[in-house]
Ligand binder design. Structure first.
Ligand code: MG
Ligand code: MG
Ligand code: MG
Length: 315
Protein backbone atom coordinates (compact mmCIF):
# COMPACT_ATOMS: atom_id res chain seq x y z
CA UNK A 1 0.00 0.00 0.00
CA UNK A 2 1.18 3.52 -0.76
CA UNK A 3 1.00 6.43 1.67
CA UNK A 4 -1.43 8.24 -0.60
CA UNK A 5 -3.93 5.38 -0.17
CA UNK A 6 -3.71 5.67 3.59
CA UNK A 7 -3.60 9.46 4.09
CA UNK A 8 -2.08 11.35 6.99
CA UNK A 9 -4.58 10.21 9.62
CA UNK A 10 -4.59 6.56 8.53
CA UNK A 11 -0.81 6.59 8.79
CA UNK A 12 -0.96 8.04 12.31
CA UNK A 13 -3.23 5.12 13.31
CA UNK A 14 -0.84 2.56 11.92
CA UNK A 15 2.35 3.98 13.41
CA UNK A 16 0.60 4.44 16.76
CA UNK A 17 0.00 0.71 16.85
CA UNK A 18 3.75 0.17 16.45
CA UNK A 19 5.17 2.64 18.97
CA UNK A 20 2.36 3.48 21.35
CA UNK A 21 3.13 2.44 24.92
CA UNK A 22 1.94 3.38 28.37
CA UNK A 23 3.69 4.79 31.39
CA UNK A 24 2.16 6.27 34.53
CA UNK A 25 3.84 9.60 33.71
CA UNK A 26 2.28 9.79 30.20
CA UNK A 27 -1.04 11.58 30.65
CA UNK A 28 -1.80 12.07 26.93
CA UNK A 29 -0.09 10.32 24.04
CA UNK A 30 -0.40 10.31 20.23
CA UNK A 31 -3.60 11.79 18.77
CA UNK A 32 -4.06 15.23 20.29
CA UNK A 33 -2.53 18.66 19.53
CA UNK A 34 0.22 17.98 22.03
CA UNK A 35 1.27 15.06 24.19
CA UNK A 36 1.31 15.58 27.93
CA UNK A 37 3.69 14.09 30.48
CA UNK A 38 3.95 14.56 34.20
CA UNK A 39 7.35 15.47 35.61
CA UNK A 40 7.35 16.16 39.33
CA UNK A 41 4.31 18.31 40.06
CA UNK A 42 4.15 19.82 36.57
CA UNK A 43 2.49 18.83 33.32
CA UNK A 44 4.67 19.33 30.27
CA UNK A 45 3.05 19.57 26.84
CA UNK A 46 5.15 18.39 23.90
CA UNK A 47 4.56 19.05 20.22
CA UNK A 48 6.47 19.22 16.95
CA UNK A 49 5.64 20.97 13.68
CA UNK A 50 7.52 21.31 10.44
CA UNK A 51 7.66 23.64 7.44
CA UNK A 52 8.92 22.01 4.24
CA UNK A 53 9.98 23.80 1.06
CA UNK A 54 7.44 23.38 -1.77
CA UNK A 55 4.92 21.83 0.66
CA UNK A 56 4.39 24.69 3.14
CA UNK A 57 6.26 27.47 1.38
CA UNK A 58 8.01 28.44 -1.84
CA UNK A 59 11.49 29.81 -1.18
CA UNK A 60 11.36 32.60 -3.75
CA UNK A 61 8.05 33.85 -2.32
CA UNK A 62 8.73 33.84 1.40
CA UNK A 63 10.78 36.09 3.61
CA UNK A 64 12.84 33.74 5.84
CA UNK A 65 11.94 35.85 8.90
CA UNK A 66 8.27 35.07 8.22
CA UNK A 67 9.13 31.38 7.85
CA UNK A 68 10.68 31.34 11.34
CA UNK A 69 7.69 33.23 12.72
CA UNK A 70 5.15 30.88 11.14
CA UNK A 71 7.00 27.77 12.29
CA UNK A 72 6.94 29.12 15.84
CA UNK A 73 3.30 30.17 15.68
CA UNK A 74 2.09 26.78 14.47
CA UNK A 75 3.77 25.15 17.48
CA UNK A 76 2.67 27.75 20.03
CA UNK A 77 -0.89 27.40 18.74
CA UNK A 78 -0.92 23.65 19.49
CA UNK A 79 0.35 24.27 23.03
CA UNK A 80 -2.27 26.99 23.62
CA UNK A 81 -5.08 24.77 22.33
CA UNK A 82 -4.21 22.24 25.05
CA UNK A 83 -4.14 24.94 27.72
CA UNK A 84 -0.38 25.44 27.98
CA UNK A 85 2.14 28.23 28.01
CA UNK A 86 5.06 27.80 25.58
CA UNK A 87 8.43 27.44 27.37
CA UNK A 88 11.28 25.69 25.53
CA UNK A 89 12.00 24.94 21.86
CA UNK A 90 14.38 22.73 19.90
CA UNK A 91 14.85 23.68 16.25
CA UNK A 92 16.03 21.17 13.68
CA UNK A 93 16.87 22.31 10.14
CA UNK A 94 17.70 20.41 6.95
CA UNK A 95 19.39 22.62 4.37
CA UNK A 96 20.79 22.40 0.83
CA UNK A 97 24.55 23.10 0.76
CA UNK A 98 24.19 25.98 -1.71
CA UNK A 99 21.62 27.88 0.36
CA UNK A 100 22.54 31.46 1.30
CA UNK A 101 23.61 31.85 4.94
CA UNK A 102 21.40 34.95 5.12
CA UNK A 103 18.30 32.84 4.51
CA UNK A 104 19.06 30.60 7.48
CA UNK A 105 19.87 33.57 9.72
CA UNK A 106 16.58 35.13 8.63
CA UNK A 107 14.66 32.04 9.77
CA UNK A 108 16.30 32.25 13.19
CA UNK A 109 15.54 35.99 13.37
CA UNK A 110 11.88 35.12 12.86
CA UNK A 111 12.12 32.51 15.62
CA UNK A 112 13.73 35.12 17.88
CA UNK A 113 10.89 37.58 17.20
CA UNK A 114 8.41 34.83 18.03
CA UNK A 115 10.16 33.73 21.20
CA UNK A 116 10.18 37.31 22.44
CA UNK A 117 6.51 37.76 21.55
CA UNK A 118 5.27 34.43 22.92
CA UNK A 119 7.79 34.11 25.73
CA UNK A 120 9.57 30.81 25.04
CA UNK A 121 13.31 30.05 24.78
CA UNK A 122 15.16 28.12 22.08
CA UNK A 123 17.58 25.74 23.80
CA UNK A 124 18.98 23.49 21.09
CA UNK A 125 18.41 21.68 17.83
CA UNK A 126 20.08 19.92 14.95
CA UNK A 127 21.42 20.67 11.45
CA UNK A 128 21.66 18.28 8.49
CA UNK A 129 22.05 18.69 4.73
CA UNK A 130 19.20 17.88 2.36
CA UNK A 131 17.86 18.66 -1.11
CA UNK A 132 15.02 20.78 0.23
CA UNK A 133 14.76 23.29 3.05
CA UNK A 134 13.01 21.83 6.06
CA UNK A 135 12.63 23.64 9.39
CA UNK A 136 11.21 21.78 12.30
CA UNK A 137 10.41 22.90 15.84
CA UNK A 138 9.78 20.82 18.93
CA UNK A 139 8.05 22.94 21.53
CA UNK A 140 7.59 22.19 25.20
CA UNK A 141 4.81 23.95 27.06
CA UNK A 142 3.80 24.04 30.68
CA UNK A 143 0.37 23.69 32.21
CA UNK A 144 -1.44 22.70 35.40
CA UNK A 145 -4.03 20.89 33.34
CA UNK A 146 -4.69 19.50 29.85
CA UNK A 147 -7.58 20.34 27.56
CA UNK A 148 -8.08 17.47 25.10
CA UNK A 149 -10.02 17.13 21.86
CA UNK A 150 -11.98 14.28 23.38
CA UNK A 151 -14.09 15.93 26.11
CA UNK A 152 -16.84 17.65 24.15
CA UNK A 153 -20.27 16.72 25.51
CA UNK A 154 -23.86 17.06 24.46
CA UNK A 155 -25.26 20.40 25.62
CA UNK A 156 -22.02 22.37 25.38
CA UNK A 157 -21.54 25.53 23.34
CA UNK A 158 -18.92 25.89 20.60
CA UNK A 159 -16.70 28.99 20.59
CA UNK A 160 -14.22 30.43 18.11
CA UNK A 161 -11.54 33.03 18.92
CA UNK A 162 -11.68 35.00 15.65
CA UNK A 163 -11.93 35.15 11.89
CA UNK A 164 -11.00 32.20 9.71
CA UNK A 165 -10.36 31.95 5.98
CA UNK A 166 -8.00 34.91 5.78
CA UNK A 167 -4.82 32.88 5.54
CA UNK A 168 -6.24 30.93 2.58
CA UNK A 169 -7.02 34.14 0.69
CA UNK A 170 -3.46 35.31 1.45
CA UNK A 171 -2.06 32.07 0.05
CA UNK A 172 -4.08 32.47 -3.16
CA UNK A 173 -2.69 35.97 -3.57
CA UNK A 174 0.88 34.82 -2.98
CA UNK A 175 0.50 32.01 -5.54
CA UNK A 176 -0.94 34.37 -8.14
CA UNK A 177 1.97 36.76 -7.67
CA UNK A 178 0.03 39.55 -5.95
CA UNK A 179 1.04 41.51 -2.89
CA UNK A 180 1.03 45.17 -3.75
CA UNK A 181 -2.27 46.74 -2.75
CA UNK A 182 -3.31 47.39 0.83
CA UNK A 183 -5.99 44.70 0.56
CA UNK A 184 -3.49 42.12 -0.68
CA UNK A 185 -1.02 42.91 2.08
CA UNK A 186 -3.82 42.50 4.66
CA UNK A 187 -4.48 38.90 3.60
CA UNK A 188 -0.87 37.96 2.89
CA UNK A 189 0.08 39.09 6.39
CA UNK A 190 -2.53 36.70 7.78
CA UNK A 191 -0.82 33.89 5.90
CA UNK A 192 2.81 34.71 6.66
CA UNK A 193 2.46 36.29 10.11
CA UNK A 194 -0.42 34.49 11.80
CA UNK A 195 -0.85 35.01 15.56
CA UNK A 196 -1.31 32.12 17.96
CA UNK A 197 -4.00 33.02 20.49
CA UNK A 198 -1.82 32.97 23.58
CA UNK A 199 -3.71 36.12 24.58
CA UNK A 200 -6.80 33.91 25.09
CA UNK A 201 -5.05 31.26 27.21
CA UNK A 202 -6.73 32.34 30.46
CA UNK A 203 -10.16 32.21 28.83
CA UNK A 204 -9.42 28.76 27.43
CA UNK A 205 -8.18 27.54 30.82
CA UNK A 206 -11.21 28.95 32.59
CA UNK A 207 -13.95 27.79 30.22
CA UNK A 208 -12.82 25.19 27.65
CA UNK A 209 -13.76 21.54 28.08
CA UNK A 210 -12.40 20.44 24.70
CA UNK A 211 -10.28 22.43 22.29
CA UNK A 212 -8.28 22.38 19.06
CA UNK A 213 -6.37 24.97 17.04
CA UNK A 214 -7.35 25.60 13.43
CA UNK A 215 -4.53 24.48 11.22
CA UNK A 216 -6.37 22.35 8.63
CA UNK A 217 -9.64 24.31 8.52
CA UNK A 218 -12.58 25.00 10.87
CA UNK A 219 -14.73 22.07 9.73
CA UNK A 220 -11.88 19.63 9.37
CA UNK A 221 -10.57 20.46 12.85
CA UNK A 222 -14.08 20.29 14.34
CA UNK A 223 -14.32 16.77 12.91
CA UNK A 224 -11.38 15.87 15.15
CA UNK A 225 -13.33 17.05 18.21
CA UNK A 226 -16.50 15.37 16.96
CA UNK A 227 -14.83 12.01 16.29
CA UNK A 228 -12.58 11.97 19.34
CA UNK A 229 -15.41 13.02 21.67
CA UNK A 230 -18.14 10.94 19.98
CA UNK A 231 -20.51 13.88 19.52
CA UNK A 232 -22.33 15.84 16.83
CA UNK A 233 -21.37 19.47 16.30
CA UNK A 234 -23.78 21.98 14.77
CA UNK A 235 -22.52 25.34 13.52
CA UNK A 236 -25.01 28.19 13.29
CA UNK A 237 -24.12 29.89 10.05
CA UNK A 238 -25.20 33.40 10.98
CA UNK A 239 -23.09 33.27 14.16
CA UNK A 240 -19.81 32.31 12.46
CA UNK A 241 -17.82 35.57 12.22
CA UNK A 242 -17.12 36.95 8.75
CA UNK A 243 -14.25 39.38 8.25
CA UNK A 244 -15.40 42.50 6.35
CA UNK A 245 -12.48 42.47 3.95
CA UNK A 246 -13.06 38.79 3.19
CA UNK A 247 -16.73 39.48 2.47
CA UNK A 248 -15.76 42.26 0.05
CA UNK A 249 -13.08 40.17 -1.62
CA UNK A 250 -15.53 37.34 -2.23
CA UNK A 251 -18.20 39.72 -3.50
CA UNK A 252 -15.71 41.12 -6.02
CA UNK A 253 -14.57 37.70 -7.14
CA UNK A 254 -18.02 36.12 -7.02
CA UNK A 255 -16.84 33.41 -4.66
CA UNK A 256 -18.50 32.06 -1.52
CA UNK A 257 -16.87 33.45 1.65
CA UNK A 258 -17.89 30.30 3.54
CA UNK A 259 -15.59 28.22 1.34
CA UNK A 260 -12.75 30.13 2.96
CA UNK A 261 -14.26 30.47 6.43
CA UNK A 262 -15.20 26.80 6.82
CA UNK A 263 -12.38 25.16 4.89
CA UNK A 264 -9.39 27.51 4.80
CA UNK A 265 -6.45 26.42 6.97
CA UNK A 266 -3.59 27.99 8.91
CA UNK A 267 -5.48 30.76 10.69
CA UNK A 268 -4.43 29.42 14.10
CA UNK A 269 -7.59 30.50 15.85
CA UNK A 270 -8.81 28.21 18.63
CA UNK A 271 -12.18 26.47 18.56
CA UNK A 272 -13.39 25.08 21.88
CA UNK A 273 -16.47 23.77 23.66
CA UNK A 274 -17.74 24.94 27.03
CA UNK A 275 -20.66 24.43 29.40
CA UNK A 276 -20.89 28.14 30.04
CA UNK A 277 -22.19 31.15 28.18
CA UNK A 278 -19.22 33.45 27.64
CA UNK A 279 -19.41 37.12 26.83
CA UNK A 280 -15.99 38.38 25.91
CA UNK A 281 -14.36 40.23 23.06
CA UNK A 282 -13.03 37.89 20.35
CA UNK A 283 -14.90 34.91 21.75
CA UNK A 284 -17.65 34.03 19.26
CA UNK A 285 -20.40 31.56 20.10
CA UNK A 286 -20.74 29.69 16.79
CA UNK A 287 -22.71 26.54 17.58
CA UNK A 288 -23.49 23.72 19.96
CA UNK A 289 -22.82 20.09 20.72
CA UNK A 290 -25.49 17.39 20.41
CA UNK A 291 -25.70 13.66 20.76
CA UNK A 292 -24.68 11.92 17.54
CA UNK A 293 -21.81 12.24 15.14
CA UNK A 294 -20.46 14.52 12.40
CA UNK A 295 -20.28 18.25 11.78
CA UNK A 296 -23.35 20.14 10.55
CA UNK A 297 -24.37 23.66 9.69
CA UNK A 298 -27.70 25.27 10.50
CA UNK A 299 -29.06 27.98 8.24
CA UNK A 300 -32.56 29.41 8.47
CA UNK A 301 -33.67 26.46 10.57
CA UNK A 302 -32.31 23.84 8.15
CA UNK A 303 -29.49 21.60 9.28
CA UNK A 304 -27.17 20.04 6.69
CA UNK A 305 -24.02 17.96 6.90
CA UNK A 306 -20.61 19.46 6.17
CA UNK A 307 -18.08 17.42 4.22
CA UNK A 308 -14.80 16.62 5.87
CA UNK A 309 -12.50 18.03 3.21
CA UNK A 310 -9.61 19.96 4.62
CA UNK A 311 -5.88 19.68 4.42
CA UNK A 312 -4.49 16.15 4.63
CA UNK A 313 -0.79 15.63 4.04
CA UNK A 314 -0.04 12.59 1.87
CA UNK A 315 -3.32 12.62 -0.09
MG1 MG B 1 -3.22 21.48 16.11
MG1 MG C 1 1.28 19.11 13.08
MG1 MG D 1 0.05 21.87 14.45
Amino acid sequence: MKLRDLGEFGLIDRISRIVLSTDPDILVSIGDDTACVKVGDRNWLLTVDTQVENVHFIKSKINPVDLGWKLSTSNVSDVVSCGGKPRFALVSVSLPKNLEVEFVEGVYRGIKEAQEYYGFKTIGGNITSSNQIMVDMTLIGESQTFIPRSSAKEGQYVYLTGFTGLSRVGLEMILSGKGVSEEEVYFIKRHYRPLARLDKLNTILRFAKSSIDISDGLVSDLYHISEQSGVKIVLEKDRVPVDDKLRLYCLKNRTDPYDYILYGGEDYQIVFTSDELIEEEDIYLIGYVERGEGVYIKEEGRVSGLSKRGFNHLV
